[in-house]
Each structure stands twice: as C-alpha cells, then as structure tokens.
Design a binder for this molecule. Structure first.
Ligand SMILES: NC(=O)c1ccc[n+]([C@@H]2O[C@H](COP(=O)([O-])OP(=O)(O)OC[C@H]3O[C@@H](n4cnc5c(N)ncnc54)[C@H](O)[C@@H]3O)[C@@H](O)[C@H]2O)c1
Length: 302
C-alpha cells in the first residue's frame, strides 16, 4: 500500500515507518524538524520537509496515498503553554489540513496519533474511551479538537484515532528534556545527574513500550473500514512515578532525584482500560515496564 506518514522524523513516526517499509509498503513521509531528527527518516522512504500547518506546502505533494498515518505534532503538554497559538497551529490546523489533503487524494483512511491528555484527571480507575473528556493542557484541548474534526469529516474520509498513553523506548530523543517522562529520567540518570521530578511521586501513568505501539499501528487492517474508531493504546497497568524511579534504579544504580513544582496542565494520575484494544487487535500480551526498560537501557548502553 501507499502510506503517507506525518512526523516521520519523530520517535513514533520513524519506528512505524521502518516497520511498514519492512512489510513492503511504499512510504512518503513529511516532517518540519521542529523536534524530529533527519537521521530518523528511513533512507528508503520518499521524504519532504514541510510544515503541515501550511496547506500550500501540502498541495505540492505528488503522491496519492491509500492511507494516512498522522503522527506529526507538537508533542509536549508543558510546551503547549509556551505559545498556545503555535500549539493550535502545529497540532489542530495541521490535522484539518491533513483531512483536506486526504479527501482531495481520495485516501481510504486517516490513522491519528491522539493522546491520553484528552481525558484530563480521570480519578483512580482505568479510563475507557467513552468517559467524558476534560483536557487540562492546551495540548490536550488541541488533540480533542483534532479528534472532533476527524469525527465530523468521517463521512468524507474515515478515521481511526489512537489515544496513546506514555510511550517509551529506543528512539526517544534524550536531548529533549520537556517531553517523555521515561526518556527525561533516563537521560539524567545516565549522566549521573539528579533527576528533577516535576510534581508528586504519587502521580501515576501507564507506560507502553514502543514495539507494542508500532505493532498496533502497522496492523492497520483491523480497522480499515468506514467506521470511526477511538482506541486507547496502553498496557492497562498503573505505575506511580515512585515505581518508575525504582524500576529505573534496578538498571541504573545510585539514582537520585529532587522533587520540584509540577508543570501546568499535568494530569495527576491516569491509566488505561485497554479492553477495546485487546478485543479489536486480539492482543493480550504487552511488554511490562521492567522488561521494556531493560531493553531500552541496554540499547542505550550499546
Ligand atoms: N510519545 C508519547 O508518549 C505520545 C503519547 C500520546 C500521543 N503522542 C502523539 O504521537 C505523535 C508522535 O509523538 P512522538 O513521541 O513521536 O513525538 P516527536 O516529537 O518525536 O514526533 C513528532 C514529529 O512531528 C514533527 N512535527 C511537529 N509539528 C509538525 C508540523 N506542523 N509539520 C510537520 N511536522 C511536524 C516533529 O518535528 C517531530 O518529528 C504526536 O502527535 C504526539 O502528540 C505521543
């Protein structure tokens, strides 16, 4: 199939592209390098540098994709408060442009990288896809708006929306200290520096290993029909920040950290009800944090 992948120079987009190429698909990727890296772009993909918030650049693309995997976006809740208008443009205007592009190219489906941030604080139970969304960050508001645009255009181009929880693993940018709790902590730990932990150690998250996430994106046929799908991607395991630190400590001893003020819009605690994911993808095994971290840190050491 011909697949258009946005955010191909980023962490998740580049891994999805690599696997789709190995499965024999033809890939055209785009990225504006706002956080992505040129070395992440697979050599055998067609590539164009462009900012998706500019519809004119998209209109120049001479590629008619069967499917669109839309992973580009400003990916940090914290950064979204620096300039909410830029965030809106990079995330939501870009999604609207991708919808117009997909309709024009008569693509069959858009697969969209949404986030657990759409939920806001959801209490102490695993969140399922049908609870009310009350995002707390500009990032979460923009992701929810993008989801809604995809929903109202579903009759012209259908969508599958993945609400991903905390994705981690090899390929995360260790230089980016404002996005990705695991990579930020590991980055400090490997340099023997104290980790600035923003907010309470009792906060909790759902950490999902990159390989599991890539497998789901690449198994696109499971939702390749005209229905709108909204699906959580997470392990379904509640892990506190404290648990995360002690699991990292199993691999990087002498870990130390300082608790500092939290960031605006940070959810206190959230983890995933992944029953829908398990049902549709027939996937019952996820890589647990201990194993995922050992693979990640071993890869970094090598
Ligand atoms: N990593 C996670 O834990 C996680 C969780 C939930 C959702 N997401 C979403 O998944 C997607 C991929 O996340 P990631 O972790 O790979 O982030 P990333 O920052 O590594 O990748 C995003 C890529 O999009 C590019 N980009 C941003 N705005 C663009 C624009 N307007 N035009 C073209 N390219 C643009 C960046 O340069 C980068 O390469 C993002 O949309 C993010 O919001 C990520």
């Amino acid at each position: 199939m011909k697949i258009f992948i946005t955010g191909i120079a980023g962490f998740i987009g580049s891994k999805v592209a690599q696997k789709m190429i190995s499965l024999g698909h033809e890939i055209f990727g785009v990225d504006d390098f706002s956080s992505g890296l040129i070395e992440n772009v697979p050599k055998s993909a067609y590539f164009m540098e462009l900012d998706l918030s500019d519809i004119n650049s998209l209109n120049k693309i001479d590629f008619n994709p069967d499917l669109i995997f839309h992973l580009a976006g400003q990916s940090s809740g914290e950064v979204s408060f620096d300039n909410p208008v830029v965030d809106l443009s990079k995330n939501t205007v870009s999604t609207l442009n991708i919808i117009q592009f997909g309709i024009k190219k008569q693509s069959k489906k858009i697969y969209y990288a949404s986030s657990m941030s759409v939920y806001g604080d959801a209490g102490n139970l695993p969140v399922s896809e049908n609870i009310a969304c009350q995002p707390l960050s500009c990032y979460g508001v923009g992701k929810l708006a993008s989801e809604n645009y995809l929903r109202i255009f579903n009759n012209k181009i259908p969508s599958t929306i993945f609400r991903m929880f905390n994705v981690y693993g090899p390929g995360q940018n260790l230089e980016n200290l404002r996005q990705g709790m695991v990579s930020i902590f590991v980055s400090y730990a490997l340099k023997n520096k104290a980790i600035p932990v923003k907010g309470s150690l009792n906060r909790f998250r759902d950490f999902v290993f990159i390989d599991d996430v890539v497998d789901i994106w690449c198994d696109f046929e499971k939702t390749l029909d005209d229905n709108l799908y909204i699906i959580n991607i997470g392990n379904g395991t509640k892990t506190t920040v404290n648990n995360l630190l002690s699991t990292i400590q199993n691999h990087i001893p002498n870990l130390c950290w300082n608790e500092i003020d939290g960031t605006p819009g940070d959810q206190f605690g959230i983890y995933c009800d992944n029953n829908l994911l398990k049902k549709i993808y027939n996937k019952n095994k996820f890589i647990n944090l201990e194993l995922g971290l050992s693979r990640y840190i071993e890869k970094l050491r090598n």
